[in-house]
Design a protein around this ligand. Structure first.
Ligand code: G3D
Length: 179
């Protein structure tokens, strides 16, 4: 618990950049978090707590919170927003039916006062699956072009193989280094 507190205080001390991973259940959030940790270029500290991990990308430290996506948990997402610099929105690219729900959640989040300075990374996950939507299609469905208040980026990926994830980490790093 003391260690967790130390890590949380580090965020407020601006030594680590806070990232939250959101998305509907089954989108691949947890798989992505742990795939980040196994990439060769990424060195990690031991697990800090349940689904909270430190990731270091070329000396830039991120504290990444994987927030559950089930109906009952989505209402509490905003309790994690404070000090967040990057919001990762994970999309199951085969789940066409629920993309509208993701769109609504995304635009609702961006209106929240605690996220006014956060950058948004949309991960179009499960690209290995037949019939998956492309990153461009997902971008259009989520109306990302209409977002002018936040820096955003969409990246196609496959959490199972890790494809697309190093590029995502590079983009995240470029965002926090730029600020
Ligand atoms: P969540 O944390 O968003 O709820 P999980 O999602 O990370 O638990 O992943 C949900 C399921 O999707 C898991 O399968 C996981 O293996 C699978 N998955 C995640 N990413 C990919 C991907 O890129 N491609 C494919 N094909 N599957 C993926 P199970 O079977 O364990 O439920």
């Amino acid at each position: 618990m003391g260690f967790l507190l130390t890590k949380m205080l580090a965020v407020f001390g601006d030594k680590e950049h806070k990232v939250i991973i959101v998305g509907l259940d089954n989108a691949g959030k947890t798989t992505i978090l742990y795939q980040f940790l196994t990439k060769e270029a990424v060195h990690t500290s031991p697990t800090i707590g349940s689904n909270v991990e430190e990731i270091i990308v070329r000396k830039t430290h991120f504290l990444v919170w994987d927030i559950g996506g089930q109906d009952s948990l989505r209402a509490s997402w905003n309790s994690y927003f404070g000090k967040t610099e990057i919001v990762i929105v994970v999309v199951d690219s085969t789940d066409r039916e629920r993309l509208t729900l993701t769109k609504e959640e995304l635009h609702l989040m961006l209106a929240h006062e605690d996220l006014q300075r956060a950058a948004v990374l949309v991960l179009a996950n499960k690209q290995d699956m037949q019939g998956s939507m492309t990153a461009k299609e997902i971008s259009q469905c989520l109306t990302l072009d209409s977002i002018t208040t936040h820096s955003w980026h969409v990246q196609a990926c496959c959490a199972l193989t890790g494809e697309g994830l190093p590029a995502s980490l590079d983009w995240m790093r470029s965002r926090v280094v730029a600020n």
